[in-house]
Write a new protein. Structure first.
Lengths: 81, 348
């Protein structure tokens, strides 16, 4: 589960994009919630909220495409740490 | 022996291409282009203009600004992604067109939009090792000739403009009598590369990784001779890596970012520059931008921003300036410069 802070960010991004927050397996990009620039803020937030350090090699948009993928990515990153 | 920037030059094509003119070709609206890039217009060359034509004009401009004669140039360093020919590079052509230039070394750097940093690092090395006293480094692009003017490439083709910028770099011994308010000394350069993203920003053809022929009808039909970009990856990586490079070069020189007066970045996209400033917690006023007027001029863009900073008197004696660039490869980095009082202020 993503933290309240991360979900609040996505809710706000959806509101600003005038989009619906998609279900956990649908694309945050295609729904318009995240774009290239909100993604940067999202990644920065994930690092601080989830207390992880994201390696540049893992900074690929596909890791952040859906809520489910973000959750999986955080789990893998924590496991690797 | 230190390396100083003593002259700044530019050359821009006359033809202005507004978003209103470009948008219908790309199947988008002018507002969409501006919202996604911050670009309002860009310059495009005419059919009979090549990158070297812009380059030589910018070099002449920089030499004039420096008060340096072409005969005094010891080395030419070109940065371009849109050369006149596949081979040779444009540096030899600029050597030919630059009246008075001797048979000096003249090379092209293929380091994407970060080439300015490679050029400055090479120039600094040549000057500090006394292998050269006066080096001209320039970026020139005629990228409009290679754009895919189709909706499938709107996100990339909306960005690019043509232009050229140049700087003259000299050792103390070669500083001319020309009166100037300040000299920008190139103190440090940090450059890095991560080839795992090589295909994320690419022009595939002509290329020897493409099969039996480096360019054939099939590749042309697939548009491999046009640029392609994984936009989200490029932006995500660029902002992170530029911010990291900016911080680390400041740190290793024992200064804080607050002490840097002016930041001169590659003009990729206004939104990217804004994100970078936000990541670094620096005010946007400190960042030199011209992407709204000239678009992304690739290898030329940071040179043009440097020329603009000089023109707008953004350099303040006693302060620091920082150049930042990111490009295909990925290659990226930062430089740190100090702005020093000129020893010759007689005519001011």
């Amino acid at each position: 589960m993503l933290t309240e802070g991360v979900m609040a960010f996505l809710d706000q991004a959806a509101k600003e994009a005038r989009a619906e927050l998609p279900d956990r397996n649908s694309s945050l990009f295609l729904s318009g919630v995240l774009d290239s620039f909100t993604l940067i803020d999202f990644v920065t937030l994930l690092e601080s909220e989830c207390n992880i350090k994201i390696d540049d090699a893992d900074l690929r948009p596909e890791n952040f495409d859906t809520i489910a993928k973000v959750e999986g990515f955080i789990r893998r990153t924590r496991g690797a740490e | 022996m230190s390396c100083f920037i003593t002259g700044y030059g530019s050359a821009l094509p006359q033809r202005v291409v507004t978003n209103a003119e470009l948008a219908p070709m790309l199947g988008v609206t002018p507002d969409w282009i501006e919202a996604n890039s911050g670009i309002r217009e860009r310059r495009w060359v005419e059919a009979d203009q090549a990158a070297s034509d812009l380059a030589v004009a910018a070099v002449r401009d920089a030499l004039s600004d420096a008060g340096t004669r072409a005969e005094e140039v010891d080395y030419l360093i070109a940065c371009t992604l849109s050369p006149d020919y596949q081979v040779p590079g444009i540096a030899p052509i600029v050597q030919r067109k630059l009246e008075g230039c001797r048979y000096v070394p003249a090379i092209d750097l293929r380091a994407g939009c970060a080439a300015i940093l490679y050029g400055l690092q090479l120039a600094r090395g040549l000057i500090e090792s006394r292998a050269a006293s006066t080096v001209v480094c320039f970026g020139a692009e005629a990228q409009s000739k290679g754009l895919d003017l189709h909706s499938r490439s709107a996100d990339l083709s909306m960005l690019f403009g043509d232009g050229a910028g140049a700087v003259v770099l000299s050792s103390e011994e070669k500083l001319t009598d020309k009166a100037r308010e300040y000299l920008v000394r190139v103190d440090d350069i940090l450059i890095e590369t991560d080839g795992s993203f090589a295909e994320d920003l690419i022009v595939r053809a002509p290329g020897t990784a493409n099969g039996a022929r480096w360019l054939d009808a099939e590749q042309l039909a697939a548009g491999w001779h046009h640029g392609s970009m994984q936009g989200r990856t490029v932006i995500l990586q660029a902002v992170r890596k530029l911010a990291d490079a900016a911080l680390r070069i400041a740190e290793r020189n024992g200064i804080s970012l607050d002490e840097i007066d002016v930041v001169i970045p590659h003009q990729a996209n206004a939104n990217l520059l804004r994100s970078m400033a936000k990541q670094l917690s620096i005010s946007e006023e400190r960042v030199v931008t011209n992407v709204d007027r000239f678009g992304n001029t690739s290898c030329a863009s940071a040179f043009l921003a440097l020329w603009q900073a000089h023109l707008e008197r953004r350099f303040r004696v006693g302060s620091y300036a920082q150049f930042l660039a990111f490009g295909a490869g990925f290659t990226w980095g930062a430089s740190l410069c100090t702005v020093r009082e000129s020893t010759n202020r007689r005519a001011l």
